[in-house]
Design a protein around this ligand. Structure first.
Ligand SMILES: [Zn+2]
Length: 308
């Protein structure tokens, strides 16, 4: 049987995996990627790695970049230093007529969760990843939403506050500026509560997102206030997305989702106020994503099944 290969491309490594008919990764390979190699060299090394896996039937790539829908053109992959690169065309030089599929990495992770993770069995799946930034993907009736004219689905850069906190993208008030791990760290750094400052100092002095949840667990009221504001902002973002997209389920991945009930319980409660017609049809369940880093590989391998 021909192999289904998924590639999760990152700034320092590409993770390759062979995915079987039960959507499990049965073989893995890691190939270093870095900005010092040219685009052509990196693709050549990746192609070599892919072909070494055996008789390859299809290959999917999750790329940390915006893409032009339908073309496989990378618009800009900051971590890799790639701008306006034709991944599909370059791969074809090495892989011949093996079909290749390219998607944004957060989209690929959503596809993985749709087939094998917490989104399994649902037709329309919305996923948000809460990490350094806020990413996400949306599958509508079994098809990956990629947008019409490029740049795809970027929930992290939805404005949730007019004239709000500046975002890395150049705009102000983006969801990412309030709901990322980076936002939590900023709030911890800026907080002038003596008890919270002392808590941070006792725990090494360098704030992390996890530290916020630890401080709340210890009953720190300043930390609780930061968490409350964090949850409210996230609920505005999710509420807007649910009101417009009406998914069957909402998955939350990324480092912050590891906080579990401390995050999910208040978040679900806040959605009463932010989802239109909550009192009539309720809100889809909001649950943690379940595959972790494997979602990207599995999803990339399954891209041929969800592309329009
Ligand atoms: Zn932004």
């Amino acid at each position: 049987m021909k192999l289904r290969v998924g590639v999760d491309l990152g700034g320092t490594t590409a993770k390759l995996g062979v995915v079987n008919e039960r959507y499990e990764i049965v073989e893995r390979k890691v190939i270093p990627t870095d900005r010092s190699s040219t685009f052509e060299d990196t693709i050549a090394r990746l192609a070599e790695g892919i072909l070494s896996l055996g008789d390859v039937g299809t290959v999917g790539f999750g790329v940390p970049s915006s893409l032009m829908p339908g073309t496989g053109m990378v618009i800009y992959a900051n971590n890799l230093g790639w701008k306006n690169k034709d991944i599909k065309g370059e791969l074809a030089k090495h892989l011949g007529d093996i079909p290749t599929f390219v998607a944004n990495d957060a989209d690929s992770a959503t596809v993985g969760e749709y087939f094998q993770g917490a989104g399994r069995g649902y037709q329309s799946v919305l996923m948000l990843t809460l990490g350094t930034g806020v990413g996400g993907g949306y599958i509508y009736n079994g098809r990956l939403f990629e947008g019409g004219n490029g740049c795809g689905f970027e929930p992290g850069h939805m404005t949730i506050r007019v004239d709000g906190v500046p975002c890395t993208c150049g705009k102000k008030g983006c969801l990412e500026s309030y709901a990322s791990a980076t936002a939590i760290i900023r709030e911890l750094n800026e907080c002038d509560s003596p008890s919270l400052k002392a808590f941070i100092a006792e725990n090494g002095g360098k704030p992390t997102a996890r530290m916020l949840f630890d401080a709340v667990r210890e009953g720190n009221t300043a930390a609780q206030e930061i968490l409350d504001n964090y949850v409210k902002a996230l609920a505005v973002g999710i509420g807007n997305l649910v009101t417009i997209l009406r998914p069957h389920i909402v998955l939350i991945g990324g480092g912050v989702s590891g906080a579990g009930d401390m995050l999910f319980r208040p978040l679900r409660a806040c959605l009463h106020d932010t989802v239109f017609s909550y009192e009539v049809i309720g809100c889809p369940d909001v649950v943690p994503a379940s595959l972790g880093n494997d979602a990207g590989i599995i999803g990339a391998a399954m891209l041929d099944q969800v592309k329009v």
